[in-house]
Ligand binder design. Structure first.
Ligand SMILES: [Zn+2]
Ligand SMILES: [Zn+2]
Length: 276
């Protein structure tokens, strides 16, 4: 079942891109720049292989980890919700029912049309992993974006250095120059795209928001301002706690995509009221 997620063109394209970037960085640019036989060349190849392997591991974790579905026995705690910060977002139990699944859905859960089910703490559906990014694989997704950003930066620097240092003489053929330009544009473009995505998710993590909640919060803040009030995201329990809730309490495991033992049920979450 999980293996079926690999049967997708975007997932295949990611494998192809990762393989291509790895091959040209190590066997074309590093080889041409310092030579793989030199100590600088082999050390750089080792470091880049390390980051590329972590990229691949995080990618596999994202694809294979179930983002988290709503338990079939789930029934909302109606009495508790009246005295909770979660109540304003809830707008009554009626609205937390999924019309498509014909079942209750917890706070922060949303129905995904692609997955055809409700996903706990849904962030978004990502076609590149052919899976939803939700409660159980969000950490793996963020860690993947982190390693992919580092790897593309590394690749871009090696490509640029090799291009600058190369002895471009008149005998160098046109296709070689075009190949160097394409690889440079590709790695620099990848770095800026992934870096922007990483910055966005660092912002979301520090505010304990999902992508869906961020867009809801913009609207809620605008409505609150109109009525002279201020809006605060109910799950934003402070930067440090927000980070540990997602990446885990042990800093040494923050960048391990499979270290997710700290993740709770995905149905109840600490709120600002719990802190006061
Ligand atoms: Zn649903
Ligand atoms: Zn989905």
């Amino acid at each position: 079942m999980k293996g079926k997620r690999f049967l997708s063109i975007p997932v295949f394209a990611v494998f192809l891109l990762l393989g291509f970037v790895y091959y040209v960085t190590v066997f074309v640019f590093l080889e041409n720049w310092v030579g793989l036989q030199s100590s600088a060349g082999s050390l750089n190849a080792l470091i880049f292989t390390f980051f590329a392997s972590l990229c691949l591991l995080s990618f596999l974790a994202c694809v294979l980890t179930d983002p988290g579905g709503v338990p079939s026995a789930y029934v909302p705690d109606v009495e508790g919700s009246e005295d909770s910060d979660q109540a304003p977002m809830k707008n009554g139990v009626q609205q937390r029912q999924c019309g498509k699944c014909s079942a209750y859905k917890p706070l922060r859960a949303h129905h995904c049309r692609s997955c055809r089910r409700c996903i706990l703490r849904m962030d978004h559906h990502c076609m590149w992993i052919n899976n939803c990014v939700g409660h159980r694989n969000y950490k793996a997704f963020v860690v993947l974006v982190f390693y992919a950003t580092i790897s593309s930066l590394y690749s871009a620097v090696v490509t640029i250095c090799c291009t600058i240092e190369k002895d471009w003489n008149f005998t160098e053929s046109g296709p070689t120059k075009i190949f160097y330009i394409i690889c440079g544009v590709l790695t620099i473009g990848l770095f800026f795209t992934l870096g922007t995505l990483l910055g966005w998710h660092i912002f979301l993590i520090t505010h304990n928001m999902t992508t869906i909640e961020r867009y809801d919060a913009i609207r809620a803040a605008w409505l609150a301002r109109k009525s002279g009030q201020s809006y605060r995201h109910p799950f934003d329990v402070g930067v440090c706690k927000n980070i540990t809730l997602i990446l885990g309490p042990n800093m040494l495991k923050w960048l391990c995509p499979t270290a997710v033992s700290h993740i709770k049920d995905g149905i109840t979450f600490p709120t600002t009221r719990d802190n006061s």
